[in-house]
Each structure stands twice: as structure tokens, then as C-alpha cells.
Design a protein around this ligand. Structure first.
Ligand code: ATP
Ligand code: MG
Length: 180
């Protein structure tokens, strides 16, 4: 499974439709302060089902919609699509390419699509469950979270490493079995 493209339109500072194609290997996003680097990461979190406006640096969810600039009017809709190469069927889908879309209108109307079909948030969460990619996973670590990890107690830091390494769930099972 591989991240192929990200399409952003009307989301935060991305008023115009912007398509980012990810090549194989490591991708770095660089740019001056305020140019939209974090907004790109937030677009990924958002399309994967982020429900917290605060974690997207807003107060209400419609704050993610392009709010206008000196020479542009605000927009009415934010839309983000993310496409994965799923030839190995790592995501539980029959499609060899999976495209997830989320949109939100200023009147609060919203929805998700998978390969063009309407679906529920639950379907999105299920699709990414146990893939290490869900909205709560460690595959996206924000600036603030890095600091929190550095400043955490050794036990807490260890459990983070265990979770990333995939041993956390086995330890939980072991603890449960010992209590029984
Ligand atoms: P830094 O290097 O400081 O971390 P960055 O490249 O990560 O910067 P972002 O935080 O992604 O920058 O972008 C911030 C910009 O996005 C600000 O100029 C802000 O006004 C703009 N922005 C955020 N939300 C919206 C919105 N809803 N509509 C229009 N612009 C927005
Ligand atoms: Mg930033």
C-alpha cells in the first residue's frame, strides 16, 4: 500500500485545487513560515476522519474551509481526496486503487466517499483500522506531540514505542490473561 496522491481544494490556505503526487521514497515538504506545510498534513488527517476542530487549529469544523484572503472571497466548500495504491490489498478493499474523499460545506453539510461511493465515517475508520494509518495512529506526529514524547515519563515513552512496534496489543492480551 502506498500513498499516491493528495488533492486539496478549498481547504485552509488551499483555495485552488492542488494536486500533490508522491513519488516512491521519502517526500519532504519545504516552504517559508505560513506557506501551508502543516495545512497539508492536516488535510491528510482530515480526510482520514479527524473529528476534532481544535486538533486542526480551529474552533469549529467549518474553520477548515478557505476563509478568504486580501484578494479572494471565502469559499463555500472544502474537499480533500487521498489516493492509495492498494495493489497488495493491504486496505480491506477489492479495489487496487483506493480514493477517499471528504467534503464539507459552510452550511454544515458534509460527507465521505470511497472510490466515488457515498459512505459513512465508520466505513473510513474501518478501512484504516489496524493499518497504522488511522486518525489516532502514530504515523502522523505533530510538532506538539514530538515535544510531549520527549517530555514524557520513561514508562509512557516505552508504551509509545511498544505501540508503534506492534507489541502493545500482545502485552494487553498477556495482562488480561494473567488477571483471569
Ligand atoms: P510554519 O513553518 O510556521 O509551521 P506552515 O508552512 O506549516 O508554517 P501553515 O500553518 O500550514 O504554515 O499555514 C498557515 C497559513 O494558513 C496562515 O497564513 C493562515 O492564515 C492560513 N489558513 C489557515 N486556515 C485558513 C483558512 N480557513 N482559510 C484561509 N487561510 C487559512
Ligand atoms: Mg507548520
Amino acid at each position: 500500500m502506498k500513498l499516491k496522491t493528495l488533492e486539496i481544494s478549498g481547504f485552509k490556505s488551499f483555495a485552488d485545487k492542488t494536486k500533490i503526487e508522491f513519488m516512491s521514497g521519502l517526500t519532504g515538504i519545504v516552504g517559508p513560515n505560513g506557506s501551508g506545510k502543516s495545512n497539508i498534513i492536516e488535510a491528510i488527517r482530515w480526510v482520514l476522519g479527524e473529528q476534532s476542530a481544535k486538533d486542526l487549529r480551529g474552533t469549529k469544523m467549518t474553520d477548515v474551509i478557505f476563509a478568504g484572503s486580501a484578494n479572494r472571497k471565502p469559499l463555500n466548500r472544502a474537499e480533500v481526496s487521498i489516493t492509495f495504491d492498494n495493489a497488495d490489498h493491504y486496505l480491506k478493499s477489492d479495489f487496487s486503487e483506493v480514493k477517499v474523499t471528504r467534503r464539507l460545506f459552510r452550511n454544515g453539510e458534509s460527507g465521505y466517499l470511497v472510490n466515488g461511493q457515498d459512505c459513512r465515517l465508520r466505513d473510513i475508520l474501518e478501512l484504516f483500522m489496524d493499518t497504522g494509518l488511522g486518525r489516532e495512529s502514530f504515523s502522523i506526529i505533530s510538532q506538539g506531540r514530538v515535544e510531549a514524547i520527549f517530555n514524557s515519563k520513561p514508562e509512557d515513552r516505552r508504551s509509545i514505542i511498544e505501540e508503534v512496534a506492534g507489541v502493545y496489543k500482545y502485552k494487553q492480551n498477556k495482562d488480561k490473561a494473567q488477571k483471569e
